[in-house]
Design a binder for this molecule. Structure first.
Ligand code: GLU
Ligand code: ZN
Length: 342
């Protein structure tokens, strides 16, 4: 596998149909890959079995194709870094989790859900920050043997250093420092043998040779955990770019279902053209050097650069989307318009 060039991944969880936030992430991933002659990888993060929506993968793929965002590796495309469904990579995550345990950087935790619930209640009552109390961090080899012999279920937790700090980096925001005291010993492998998002994401981004991780701002709080994992595994982290959140049209809060359509499929069903949605999403978090407002995908590839991605929240204005849609509809020939209406 060529690990030297730009490799970006879009890594949706199939817990629902493709959200427009995800569509924007995929668009920026795709643009960076096409701009640099790199590779765009689609990875399905299906490790949360409780929230799995069966036809979500189909929806994600068809929505991306509808927008014109084709992937070079992933489901249907194949590739040397596969499999691209995380549920088919469980042995890889288990191996790395065990290696961390062997190296003294992670440990087995046998706490029952009841015990965890009890400490959560206690912390809440005492107005303390919530988090695991590290009960199993110093179990002896004998104690661990006993728990295992008794057939108890366990998770694997990462051993966050008790003191000190971790410095992380985002390409747009620069360096940020997180105190270890604010982090608890998070789970990396669940009791059913599935990895948590943190472990799976770090292991795959490394093994798939990802050079740039582009994702929503809500993941910044996960960065210190990811950097700790990279360091513990002896790996170099990729470059991280976190995209600004969408505000509702009135600018008063985060965009949510209350404000209307939020899934790509809904916009498609309402009659929006992919050209309009793509153009709209392009300028919802990125701005060109000129005052150009209309971009085809090719023009967007030409103009795109990571440095021009914004860090402040952007308002999701349906009026603007309607305006784009009007322009692109008027540009269609009568034949083409008739064809698309059908
Ligand atoms: N599966 C995560 C999500 O859906 C991916 C986050 C990431 O890109 O690291 O949002
Ligand atoms: Zn425990």
């Amino acid at each position: 596998m060529d690990k030297n060039g730009v490799r970006v991944r879009f890594a949706p969880s199939p817990t629902g149909y493709l959200h427009i936030g995800g569509a924007r992430t995929a668009l920026y991933d795709w643009l960076l890959a096409r701009k640099t002659g790199g590779r765009f990888i689609l990875r399905i993060e299906d490790t949360d079995r409780n929230r799995f929506v069966p036809d979500a993968v189909e929806d994600i793929k068809s929505s991306l194709r509808w927008m014109g965002l084709t992937w070079d590796e992933g489901p249907d495309a194949g590739g040397a870094a596969g499999p691209y469904f995380q549920s088919e990579r469980l042995a890889i995550y288990q191996k790395h989790a065990e290696e961390l345990v062997q190296a003294g950087k992670a440990y087995y935790c046998f706490c029952t859900p009841e015990r965890l619930e009890a400490i959560r209640k206690k912390q809440e009552a005492a107005n303390q920050p919530s988090g695991y109390d590290r009960h199993c961090r110093e179990l002896t080899v004998e104690e661990i043997e006993q728990h295992l012999a008794a057939g108890e279920r366990y998770v694997i937790r990462f051993k966050v250093p008790l003191t000190g700090k971790t410095q992380v980096r985002d390409e747009l925001r620069g360096e940020m420092v997180f105190d270890h005291e604010t982090l608890d010993d998070f789970v990396i492998l669940k009791s059913d043998g599935f990895p948590t998002y943190h472990l799976a994401s770090v292991v795959d981004d490394h093994l798939m040779g990802i050079s740039h991780v582009i994702r929503g701002e809500e993941w910044i709080i996960s960065l210190p955990r990811h950097f700790l994992l990279y360091a513990a595994l002896g790996w170099e982290p990729p470059a991280f770019v976190h995209l600004p959140i969408f505000l509702s049209p009135d600018g008063k809060g985060k965009l949510s279902k209350r404000h209307g359509a939020t899934r790509v499929r809904e916009f498609r069903e309402k009659g929006y053209l992919p050209e309009a949605l793509v153009n709209f999403l392009l300028l919802l978090g990125w701005h060109p050097a000129s005052d150009q407002e209309l971009f085809t995908l090719d023009e967007a590839v030409e103009a795109f650069s990571v440095e021009r991605i914004s860090t402040s929240p952007v308002s999701f204005s349906l009026d603007k989307l309607d305006w784009y849609n009007g322009i692109y509809i008027r540009r269609l020939s009568h034949e083409e318009l008739a064809h698309r209406c059908l």
